[in-house]
Design a protein around this ligand. Structure first.
Ligand SMILES: [Ca+2]
Length: 234
Protein backbone atom coordinates (compact mmCIF):
# COMPACT_ATOMS: atom_id res chain seq x y z
CA UNK A 1 0.00 0.00 0.00
CA UNK A 2 1.59 3.30 -1.06
CA UNK A 3 1.37 6.01 1.54
CA UNK A 4 2.65 9.58 1.06
CA UNK A 5 5.93 10.57 2.70
CA UNK A 6 5.30 13.48 5.06
CA UNK A 7 8.15 14.86 7.20
CA UNK A 8 9.72 11.84 8.83
CA UNK A 9 13.17 10.38 8.23
CA UNK A 10 13.62 7.26 6.17
CA UNK A 11 13.59 4.78 9.06
CA UNK A 12 10.48 6.22 10.67
CA UNK A 13 8.95 6.75 7.27
CA UNK A 14 9.41 3.10 6.31
CA UNK A 15 8.10 2.07 9.70
CA UNK A 16 4.97 4.19 9.26
CA UNK A 17 4.41 2.76 5.79
CA UNK A 18 4.06 -0.61 7.50
CA UNK A 19 1.67 0.78 10.10
CA UNK A 20 -1.25 2.45 8.32
CA UNK A 21 -3.21 2.63 11.60
CA UNK A 22 -0.37 4.58 13.19
CA UNK A 23 -0.23 7.21 10.48
CA UNK A 24 -3.99 7.54 10.49
CA UNK A 25 -3.81 8.20 14.20
CA UNK A 26 -0.96 10.68 13.72
CA UNK A 27 -2.88 12.58 11.04
CA UNK A 28 -5.99 12.65 13.25
CA UNK A 29 -3.93 14.05 16.13
CA UNK A 30 -2.34 16.68 13.89
CA UNK A 31 -5.76 17.88 12.81
CA UNK A 32 -6.89 17.99 16.45
CA UNK A 33 -4.10 20.39 17.49
CA UNK A 34 -5.82 23.67 16.72
CA UNK A 35 -5.80 26.91 18.67
CA UNK A 36 -8.60 27.00 21.23
CA UNK A 37 -8.64 30.80 21.41
CA UNK A 38 -8.87 33.41 18.71
CA UNK A 39 -5.85 35.56 17.97
CA UNK A 40 -7.61 38.88 18.40
CA UNK A 41 -11.14 38.70 19.83
CA UNK A 42 -13.16 41.89 19.67
CA UNK A 43 -14.05 43.29 23.08
CA UNK A 44 -17.03 45.49 23.80
CA UNK A 45 -17.04 47.61 26.97
CA UNK A 46 -19.44 46.35 29.64
CA UNK A 47 -20.03 49.84 31.02
CA UNK A 48 -18.89 53.43 30.64
CA UNK A 49 -18.88 56.68 32.62
CA UNK A 50 -18.33 60.27 31.58
CA UNK A 51 -18.17 63.85 32.78
CA UNK A 52 -19.45 65.13 29.41
CA UNK A 53 -23.12 64.48 30.06
CA UNK A 54 -25.81 62.63 28.10
CA UNK A 55 -28.16 64.79 26.06
CA UNK A 56 -31.72 63.53 26.40
CA UNK A 57 -33.93 61.98 25.30
CA UNK A 58 -31.75 59.77 23.07
CA UNK A 59 -28.11 60.55 23.86
CA UNK A 60 -27.24 57.98 26.53
CA UNK A 61 -23.59 56.98 26.73
CA UNK A 62 -24.54 53.30 26.53
CA UNK A 63 -25.38 53.91 22.87
CA UNK A 64 -21.61 54.08 22.23
CA UNK A 65 -20.96 50.56 23.56
CA UNK A 66 -24.13 48.50 23.03
CA UNK A 67 -23.75 47.94 19.25
CA UNK A 68 -26.76 50.15 18.56
CA UNK A 69 -26.50 51.33 14.97
CA UNK A 70 -23.93 48.74 13.91
CA UNK A 71 -25.08 47.16 10.67
CA UNK A 72 -23.49 43.81 11.59
CA UNK A 73 -23.32 42.44 15.13
CA UNK A 74 -20.36 40.91 16.94
CA UNK A 75 -20.03 38.73 20.04
CA UNK A 76 -17.65 40.28 22.54
CA UNK A 77 -14.76 37.96 23.38
CA UNK A 78 -15.68 35.56 20.57
CA UNK A 79 -15.82 37.31 17.20
CA UNK A 80 -12.37 37.81 15.66
CA UNK A 81 -11.56 41.53 15.48
CA UNK A 82 -9.75 41.38 12.13
CA UNK A 83 -12.33 39.15 10.49
CA UNK A 84 -15.10 41.46 11.68
CA UNK A 85 -13.33 44.61 10.48
CA UNK A 86 -12.55 42.98 7.14
CA UNK A 87 -16.28 43.13 6.50
CA UNK A 88 -16.16 46.95 6.87
CA UNK A 89 -19.00 47.05 9.40
CA UNK A 90 -20.81 50.37 9.27
CA UNK A 91 -22.52 52.34 12.02
CA UNK A 92 -25.68 54.29 11.26
CA UNK A 93 -26.06 57.48 13.30
CA UNK A 94 -29.73 57.91 14.17
CA UNK A 95 -31.66 58.83 17.33
CA UNK A 96 -31.02 56.05 19.82
CA UNK A 97 -27.82 54.86 18.14
CA UNK A 98 -25.33 57.47 19.40
CA UNK A 99 -23.95 59.08 22.53
CA UNK A 100 -24.80 62.80 22.52
CA UNK A 101 -22.85 64.89 25.01
CA UNK A 102 -23.68 68.15 26.74
CA UNK A 103 -20.13 69.54 26.79
CA UNK A 104 -17.86 69.50 23.71
CA UNK A 105 -14.82 67.96 25.45
CA UNK A 106 -14.13 65.95 28.59
CA UNK A 107 -13.45 62.37 29.63
CA UNK A 108 -15.17 59.02 29.12
CA UNK A 109 -13.97 55.81 30.78
CA UNK A 110 -14.74 52.38 29.29
CA UNK A 111 -14.80 49.29 31.54
CA UNK A 112 -13.85 46.15 29.62
CA UNK A 113 -15.04 43.83 32.42
CA UNK A 114 -11.66 42.13 33.03
CA UNK A 115 -7.95 42.73 32.51
CA UNK A 116 -7.09 42.11 28.87
CA UNK A 117 -4.12 42.87 26.59
CA UNK A 118 -5.55 45.69 24.49
CA UNK A 119 -3.66 47.03 21.48
CA UNK A 120 -6.32 48.51 19.21
CA UNK A 121 -9.52 50.47 19.43
CA UNK A 122 -12.22 50.85 16.80
CA UNK A 123 -14.04 54.20 16.71
CA UNK A 124 -17.16 54.88 14.69
CA UNK A 125 -17.41 58.66 14.73
CA UNK A 126 -20.77 60.43 14.42
CA UNK A 127 -22.06 60.04 10.88
CA UNK A 128 -22.97 62.76 8.40
CA UNK A 129 -20.08 65.27 8.36
CA UNK A 130 -21.20 67.24 11.39
CA UNK A 131 -19.64 69.72 13.81
CA UNK A 132 -20.33 67.24 16.64
CA UNK A 133 -17.63 64.72 15.70
CA UNK A 134 -14.61 64.11 17.89
CA UNK A 135 -11.50 65.25 16.01
CA UNK A 136 -8.76 64.52 18.55
CA UNK A 137 -8.63 62.17 21.55
CA UNK A 138 -5.99 61.03 24.02
CA UNK A 139 -6.16 57.47 25.32
CA UNK A 140 -5.04 56.06 28.66
CA UNK A 141 -5.22 52.54 30.05
CA UNK A 142 -5.57 51.42 33.65
CA UNK A 143 -5.96 48.34 35.80
CA UNK A 144 -8.16 50.25 38.25
CA UNK A 145 -11.24 52.35 37.70
CA UNK A 146 -9.68 55.39 39.38
CA UNK A 147 -6.73 55.45 36.95
CA UNK A 148 -4.28 55.70 39.85
CA UNK A 149 -1.41 54.54 37.62
CA UNK A 150 -2.54 55.35 34.05
CA UNK A 151 -0.68 54.10 31.00
CA UNK A 152 -0.39 56.73 28.26
CA UNK A 153 -1.56 55.13 24.99
CA UNK A 154 -1.16 58.24 22.85
CA UNK A 155 -2.99 61.00 21.03
CA UNK A 156 -5.07 60.25 17.93
CA UNK A 157 -6.70 62.44 15.30
CA UNK A 158 -10.11 61.18 14.21
CA UNK A 159 -11.53 61.39 10.73
CA UNK A 160 -14.81 63.29 10.32
CA UNK A 161 -16.94 61.05 8.13
CA UNK A 162 -18.85 62.69 5.31
CA UNK A 163 -21.38 59.91 5.01
CA UNK A 164 -23.80 57.94 7.16
CA UNK A 165 -23.45 55.00 7.86
CA UNK A 166 -19.72 55.36 8.61
CA UNK A 167 -16.88 52.86 8.75
CA UNK A 168 -14.67 52.25 11.78
CA UNK A 169 -11.37 54.03 12.30
CA UNK A 170 -8.82 51.67 13.88
CA UNK A 171 -6.43 53.21 16.41
CA UNK A 172 -3.30 51.17 17.24
CA UNK A 173 -1.07 51.44 20.29
CA UNK A 174 1.32 49.29 22.30
CA UNK A 175 -0.53 46.23 23.61
CA UNK A 176 -1.16 46.86 27.29
CA UNK A 177 -2.92 44.78 29.94
CA UNK A 178 -5.75 46.97 31.20
CA UNK A 179 -9.36 46.74 32.29
CA UNK A 180 -10.22 50.40 31.74
CA UNK A 181 -9.64 52.67 28.78
CA UNK A 182 -9.96 56.42 29.26
CA UNK A 183 -10.78 58.55 26.22
CA UNK A 184 -9.94 62.17 26.86
CA UNK A 185 -11.72 64.21 24.20
CA UNK A 186 -9.27 66.96 23.29
CA UNK A 187 -11.25 68.60 20.48
CA UNK A 188 -14.37 68.25 18.41
CA UNK A 189 -15.35 69.63 15.03
CA UNK A 190 -16.57 72.99 16.33
CA UNK A 191 -19.96 72.45 17.98
CA UNK A 192 -20.73 73.30 21.60
CA UNK A 193 -21.46 69.60 22.21
CA UNK A 194 -20.28 66.31 20.72
CA UNK A 195 -21.51 62.94 19.51
CA UNK A 196 -20.07 59.47 19.06
CA UNK A 197 -21.40 56.41 17.27
CA UNK A 198 -19.65 53.38 18.79
CA UNK A 199 -16.36 52.02 20.10
CA UNK A 200 -14.90 48.54 20.47
CA UNK A 201 -11.49 47.09 21.29
CA UNK A 202 -9.14 44.30 20.17
CA UNK A 203 -7.60 41.95 22.72
CA UNK A 204 -4.37 40.33 21.57
CA UNK A 205 -4.21 36.82 23.00
CA UNK A 206 -1.64 34.08 22.54
CA UNK A 207 -3.29 31.04 20.96
CA UNK A 208 -3.28 28.14 23.36
CA UNK A 209 -4.16 24.53 22.54
CA UNK A 210 -7.24 23.24 24.31
CA UNK A 211 -6.81 20.63 27.03
CA UNK A 212 -8.22 18.03 24.66
CA UNK A 213 -5.64 18.95 22.02
CA UNK A 214 -2.90 18.79 24.64
CA UNK A 215 -4.02 15.27 25.55
CA UNK A 216 -3.94 14.29 21.88
CA UNK A 217 -0.50 15.88 21.50
CA UNK A 218 0.82 13.92 24.48
CA UNK A 219 -0.61 10.70 23.07
CA UNK A 220 0.91 11.54 19.68
CA UNK A 221 4.35 12.01 21.24
CA UNK A 222 4.11 8.74 23.15
CA UNK A 223 3.00 6.92 20.01
CA UNK A 224 5.91 8.18 17.95
CA UNK A 225 8.38 7.48 20.77
CA UNK A 226 7.13 3.94 21.01
CA UNK A 227 7.36 3.42 17.24
CA UNK A 228 10.90 4.84 17.11
CA UNK A 229 12.05 2.59 19.95
CA UNK A 230 10.62 -0.45 18.19
CA UNK A 231 12.27 0.62 14.97
CA UNK A 232 15.68 1.07 16.66
CA UNK A 233 15.42 -2.37 18.27
CA UNK A 234 14.51 -3.86 14.91
CA1 LIG B 1 -24.05 52.98 18.69
Amino acid sequence: MGLPVIVFGSKVDNMIRSRPSAISFALLVSLAIVPASLATPIIGAVSATTNMGELQPDGNLVHAINQSGLLSAYTSGVTDFDAYMAGDPGHFSFPGNDWLTITPTGVVDFNLGSVLPIGRMAVWNFGGNTAFDFTQIHLFGSLDAAFLTPVDLGTFNLVVPTINPVGAQILSFSSTSVQYIRMQVVANNGADRSALGEVAFAAASVPEPSSLSLAFAAAFTLCLSSLVRKDVRA
